[in-house]
Design a protein around this ligand. Structure first.
Ligand code: PEP
Length: 252
């Protein structure tokens, strides 16, 4: 047993108007309060920024965290449309996702920018969920591990610790496609990430490494049972109370 408490994080992406988002958050809060036993994992919801304050309000004092899906690397200033990490913290967020592959692809975010965002998150007192992952072409070329380790080298700041940083390994080709990585490949990658963390930070046993990519209740037990998989970053299946709760329930 690793002793690491799993984290199940829901990334709602650009989904949910207010009524749907609040129903989703309150549905999960109700599940939690009705559960006979406390879940064996931490739970995080990352709604769109427009809903974050309301979701924090709905969650109240229940043991579900809320986080942003991105932040800017600057503390404030002339960045129209962007959100500072301190603004997320100010409305009650505890985490922020940085470096999601959709940000890397849609907004051309480099690992250097992602490191700056992680630093901004830490400075604001947030836990940075730093995403890494290879494309299908990179995996086919046998370069998956070197690509992911290269992303970690640059994306993780010197100040990263097990307390302020979570790694999310998300093979790009598995996100939103219904395809998941083979458990052997997940095990190999998570072991490589753990080794890389040890090389860089010394004692890396406390870092949580999440798997992401089409996680759903039907495959969660298998994926969460893989060595060094310390939880999941969940997109599509986090949008339905029963599906997300099914994944939470898979942590035992
Ligand atoms: C994600 O958005 O990080 C993700 C893994 O999405 P999905 O679960 O839909 O593949």
């Amino acid at each position: 047993m690793s002793g690491r408490r799993p984290l199940i994080a829901g990334n709602w992406k650009m989904n949910c108007l207010r009524a749907d988002g609040l129903a989703l958050a309150s549905g999960l809060a109700a599940k939690l309060s009705a559960a006979p036993d406390k879940p064996a994992c931490d739970i995080l919801l990352c709604p769109p920024a427009t809903l974050l304050a309301d979701v924090v309000g709905v969650l109240g004092h229940c043991d579900i965290h809320a986080g942003g899906q991105d932040c800017h690397f600057d503390q404030n200033g002339a960045h129209t449309g962007d959100i500072a990490a301190s603004m997320l913290a100010d409305i009650g967020a505890s985490h922020v996702i940085v470096g999601h592959s959709e940000r890397r692809a849609d907004h051309g975010e480099s690992s250097t920018v992602i490191r700056q965002k992680a630093i901004a998150a830490h400075d604001a007192g947030l836990i940075a969920v730093v995403c890494v992952g290879e494309t299908e072409q990179e995996r086919d070329l046998g370069a998956a591990i070197s690509v992911v380790c290269g992303q970690m080298d640059v994306s993780l700041p010197e100040g990263a610790t097990a307390e302020n940083t979570v790694i999310a390994y998300e093979p790009v080709w598995a996100i939103g496609t219904g395809r998941t990585a083979a458990v052997e490949d997940v095990a190999e990658m998570h072991a490589a990430i753990r080794r890389k963390l040890k090389e860089r930070f010394g004692d890396a046993d406390g870092f949580r490494i999440l798997y992401g990519g089409s996680v759903k209740p039907a495959n969660a037990v298998e994926l969460l049972g893989v060595d060094n998989v310390d939880g999941a970053l969940v997109g599509g299946a986090s949008l339905k109370v029963e599906d997300f709760w099914g994944i939470i329930d898979s942590c035992d």
